[in-house]
Design a protein around this ligand. Structure first.
Ligand code: SAM
Length: 271
C-alpha cells in the first residue's frame, strides 16, 4: 500500500481512493488515548488537538444533539466519534469512508460503546456514492473540502429525503486578500497538507444556496485563526482559546461585515 509521511503533499493526480493511504497513515499513528470517547467532549478532529478548544466544535454539537431516531449518513467521519455519538442516540448511521484504518478503529469503538447494530460502514468514495433518498440527515465534519465540491454536494442532495438536512463544518477563504496571505504565510498548523485540501469560496457556498430550499451559514474564527490558536495552544493558554473563539463568534454576529474574514463555517442546508 502506498504510504506518505505526515506533512507530505500528495500531488494533484492523487484523487479519491489513493488519498486513503494518507489517511490510513494518519489514523495509524493515533494512540488509544487519542481515540477514546470522553463524556461531554466535543468532536474535534483527532489529528488536530487544538481544535478541541474551538467554540466552533461546541456549536457543532448543539446542531446535532437534538437528532434522535433518524437515518443518518456520516461522510468521511474518520474514526467516527460523531457517528458513534449519533448511533448512541438511537439513530441508524451509515458511514462512508475511504480509510481502512479509520473503518477498523471505528468498528472497535462501536463495539466498546455497544452501538454496532446501529451502524453500517461502507468503504466508498463519496464522490461515487449512489445513496438516493436515503437519509434524514447527512453529516460532513471537515471533509467535503477534500473532494470535488459540486459532485459531492450533488450526492448529498440526492442522498437526502425531502425535508432532510445537511450539516457540515468546512474551512473557508472568502476574500482574495486573505487567500493572498494564506498562500504566503503558514496559516494552518495541522500536520497535514494534501492537494485537495482547499478552503471553500463564496462560489462553493452559493452552489449550496442555489440547490437547497433553506440554507443557514454560521461564521467562525476571524481573529482566533488556526495559526493564532496553535500558538496559544503551544504556550499552554488552552482554556483561553475557547473563550476567545466564542467571543469571536458573537463579534461576527454583531458586526456582519466581519463574515468574509472568517476561517470556518457551519452550514445547515434543508432539502
Ligand atoms: C479531515 S478528515 C476529517 C475526519 C473527521 N470527519 C473529523 O473531522 O475528525 C477527512 C476524512 O475524509 C475521508 N475522506 C477523504 N476523501 C473521501 C472520499 N472521497 N470519500 C469518503 N471519505 C473521504 C478521509 O479518509 C478522512 O477520514
Amino acid at each position: 500500500m502506498k504510504r506518505c509521511s505526515q506533512g507530505q503533499r500528495l500531488n494533484n493526480k492523487d484523487k479519491g481512493f489513493s488519498q486513503s493511504a494518507y489517511w490510513d497513515h494518519l489514523y495509524n499513528d493515533l494512540t488509544p488515548e487519542d481515540i477514546s470517547i470522553k463524556e461531554g467532549e466535543n468532536f474535534y478532529p483527532f489529528h488536530y488537538k487544538p481544535r478541541q478548544f474551538f467554540y466552533l466544535e461546541d456549536f457543532f454539537v448543539t446542531c446535532i444533539k437534538g437528532i434522535h431516531h433518524k437515518r443518518i449518513i456520516s461522510i468521511g467521519g474518520g474514526i467516527d466519534k460523531i457517528g458513534i455519538y449519533l448511533a448512541k442516540r438511537g439513530n441508524l448511521v451509515t458511514m462512508v469512508e475511504i480509510s481502512d484504518v479509520a473503518i477498523h478503529k471505528t468498528l472497535i469503538l462501536a463495539k466498546q460503546m455497544n452501538v454496532e447494530s446501529n451502524i453500517q460502514i461502507n468503504k466508498m468514495d463519496w464522490q461515487a456514492s449512489n445513496l438516493h433518498q436515503h437519509a434524514d440527515v447527512v453529516i460532513a465534519h471537515d471533509v467535503l473540502h477534500h473532494m470535488d465540491w459540486e459532485k459531492s454536494i450533488d450526492n448529498v442532495f440526492l442522498a437526502l429525503k425531502e425535508g432532510g438536512v445537511y450539516i457540515s463544518v468546512e474551512p473557508v477563504c472568502l476574500l482574495k486578500c486573505i487567500k493572498f496571505l494564506h498562500k504566503r504565510f503558514p496559516f494552518r498548523s495541522a500536520p497535514y497538507l494534501i492537494s485537495q485540501d482547499v478552503e471553500l469560496s463564496n462560489k462553493n457556498i452559493d452552489y449550496i444556496r442555489k440547490k437547497f430550499s433553506k440554507v443557514e451559514v454560521s461564521y467562525f474564527d476571524v481573529f482566533t485563526r488556526a495559526s493564532v490558536t496553535y500558538i496559544l495552544y503551544k504556550l499552554g493558554f488552552r482554556k483561553i482559546i475557547r473563550f476567545l473563539s466564542r467571543m469571536d463568534f458573537f463579534l461576527i454576529r454583531l458586526l456582519p461585515f466581519l463574515k468574509p474574514f472568517s476561517s470556518y463555517v457551519v452550514i445547515k442546508a434543508y432539502k
